[in-house]
Ligand binder design. Structure first.
Ligand code: 13P
Ligand code: SF4
Length: 321
């Protein structure tokens, strides 16, 4: 019996079985798995490439396999399809969206852009392909500062969709970009007051944050960076304890890289929710990943014109990164 028929006839039950079934299917189908740090531990473990949004987009552009399984959210899988259109791109759950991308409807954004005809548009990669198509440049949290600084200082800029990242970049680059008022529900859930009292309870801990967090939170951070920036920081820094304000999935890789250090997720306003976890990211499960590889579905399908338009600002970002 070959692996395919074993899988089709047998109910795959536990993590270990699922993981080995995924690995076998991956080989059989010449597929590659790209996973973001915010995915479940088991998904991170089975990934061929694990990283932040910039790294994953760069890897997606280079993939030679027939199938890309994107364990992340929709805009990430869409970006992979745009930059490597001949590949079949699968997303374990097509409903894995992003509150930040959703906070910028393309029609509203087109009208906003029309009100500032002399402005250049820089969009954070956490947006729809339609918004990318309306943009001159795309950036991620790890290259945003560099991308903005590549633009002459007297050039008017619209930055979308994240108002928090935009405000942070305005401070960092000493600019006054026009900001689209979007945000991420996960990074806005952190409680400033509770963080302050946690810092008092752990006086030796360093507080580190993703720039999608609100400015009072960023103002008290010892370090601000993208997910890969935060990881690099805790590896080279001398402290032993860290309070981490970003999606809690990152703690798994932090703990792996620094087993002797302690990582504490930053507290959120509402104690009754798991708000420091991105509900969209967590829609992907190991079981869905297995099924999507098995069925080669759900697939991310896109209009060619949209892909061609959205590719231009992404390629400009790659050239500048
Ligand atoms: P990174 O650019 O750090 O991967 O962040 C992606 C993201 O979705 C943050 O919420
Ligand atoms: Fe989007 Fe926020 Fe989830 Fe990142 S954490 S994918 S920005 S909703």
């Amino acid at each position: 019996m070959n692996i395919k028929s074993i899988i089709l006839t047998k109910e795959v039950k536990n993590k270990t079985e699922l993981t080995s079934a995924i690995k076998k299917l991956k080989k059989e189908k010449n597929a590659v798995i790209l996973a973001h740090y915010y995915q479940d531990d088991a998904i991170q473990e089975v990934a061929d490439y694990l990283g932040d949004s910039l790294y994953l987009a760069q890897q997606a552009a280079k993939v030679e396999n027939d199938i890309i399984v994107f364990a992340g959210v929709h805009f990430m899988a869409e970006t992979a399809k745009i930059i490597n259109p001949s590949k079949k791109v699968l997303l374990p759950d097509l409903k894995a969206g992003c509150s930040l991308a959703d906070s910028c409807p393309p029609d509203d954004f087109a009208a906003f852009k029309a009100n500032h005809p002399d402005a250049l548009v820089v969009s954070y990669i956490n947006c729809s392909a339609e918004v990318k198509m309306l943009s001159d440049l795309v950036c991620t949290s790890s290259n945003a500062k560099k991308i903005i600084e590549s633009i002459p200082k007297d050039q008017k800029i619209i930055f979308a969709p994240d108002k928090n990242l935009g405000a942070y970049l305005n401070k960092e680059t000493d600019r006054n970009m026009i900001l689209w008022q979007g945000s991420c529900i996960v990074h806005e859930a952190f409680s400033f007051e509770k963080i302050i009292s946690l810092i008092k309870s752990y006086p030796k801990a360093k507080f580190i944050a993703h720039p999608e967090s609100e400015s009072p939170v960023l103002d008290i951070a010892h370090y601000i960076g993208s997910t890969s920036g935060l990881l690099a920081f805790v590896q080279k820094d001398k402290a032993k304890e860290y309070i981490v304000a970003t999606e809690a999935g990152i703690l798994y890789e932090m703990q792996k890289r620094c087993p002797k250090k302690t990582f504490i997720p930053a507290p959120v306003e509402d104690d009754t929710c798991a708000c420091s976890e991105c509900a969209f990211m967590k829609l992907n499960t190991l079981e869905k990943l297995y099924r999507c590889l098995l069925n080669e579905s759900p697939e991310v399908k896109m209009d060619k014109k949209l892909m061609d338009g959205a590719r231009i600002p992404i390629q400009r970002m790659f050239e500048l990164s």
